[in-house]
Design a protein around this ligand. Sequence first.
Ligand code: 5AD
Ligand code: SF4
Length: 439
Amino acid sequence: MSEPKKLFIKTYGCQMNVYDSERMAEALGGQGYVEAKSADDADMILLNTCHIREKAAEKVYSELGRFKGLKAEKPDLKIGVAGCVAQAEGEEIMRRQPLVDLVVGPQSYHRLPEMEAKTREGEKALDTDFPEEDKFEKLKNRPKAKRGPTAFLTVQEGCDKFCAFCVVPYTRGAEVSRPADRIIHEAQDLVERGVREITLLGQNVNAYHGAGPNGDMTLAGLIWELNKIDGLERIRFTTSHPNDMSDDLIEAHGTCDKLMPYLHLPVQSGSDRILKRMNRSHTAESYLRLIERIREARPDILMSGDFIVGFPEETDEDFQATLNLVEQVKYGYAYSFKYSTRPGTPAAERPQVEPEVADDRLQRLQAMITQHQREIQDSMVGRTVRVLFEKPGRLAGQMVGKSEYLHAVHVTNADVATGDLRAVKITGSGANSLAGELI
Ligand code: 5AD
Ligand code: SF4
């Protein structure tokens, strides 16, 4: 019998890519591929790429360059580019880097098996369509292998918001929601395989409106359905847009026991002038009011957000408004980025902020965020949280898991196994994690 072929997937970017990579591995599993431990060991390498900022896209080309030697040693090695760079640049990738055999956009993963077969015939394969058929329906069911305690599950893809800086509406296409029964079925299957926490994914996840038994279902409706699954202990979702934070979803944060008290709700800027230029269609004030309502429903909720600094025409005053907003919200986590010009988006044509000014703002914003993050983390000391243990820690006898607020928590010399959900008293707060003891 011949050796099975080996597949190595390297994933960049967001959690949706992590999910997609798993599904691509399953699709190619049907072609006899097993996982390779490293690129050196592979018969096929797939880069699942991110196009959100320029740096992310450029990484792909430098990574591809590094495969030249490998391909020379192993002429049968196939190299593919998937994800958002594939979608955005298509054939250009093969022109720029001729060693690439396959380019597949995020809506076409179900066609991977045929595409792989084509490359084995010595041809190049390219597919960046937005096909009518649903890739998730066509992908094979996940094999019944045991899994770790946490999993991602994509429920919605694409975005119709067209923020002026963002490539997602172009690379991932229009907003599409998967039917509720498919998602519930997939969640049940994950739980049967050991998953206890599911994070529902979508570029605009709270705009979810998938077909349900009585017409379209909201995200809150879907969460309530998932809440019924025995053995599923925790539900999270990401990423949300402030304008789609519906009343039933806010309410669910107060009433749905499996929905965790953590919400990623990007605002991008605290300046109304910039928000308008970003085409965000909300104001700083409306965002703050929204958070107030969410906190009324669930007072201990931990907020997380995204920010862009140095957006075209951002003044010191605009930036100060962002700092003011951050000061008011106090995020438990927040991700801040320097504006990166994305060709084809409306903001790309506008007067840019000096890079040194943007760098300086980024540093100041990150310092403030880090301070709040630390304060919130430190305030957990003495409290009891519930930790879902995910894996052994780096030190001997240590286990690490996540609290309901998504803080990493370590315990040592305790009788816990991966997948256990246990009450833990927090005894210490470190740079990026908490320490605790079982109670
Ligand atoms: N430049 C910088 N940051 C960006 N983001 C999206 N597009 C850009 C861009 N062109 C950030 C936003 C978004 C997060 C995923 O990435 O903050 O919420
Ligand atoms: Fe991009 Fe999010 Fe705006 Fe959609 S809502 S365009 S994904 S930043």
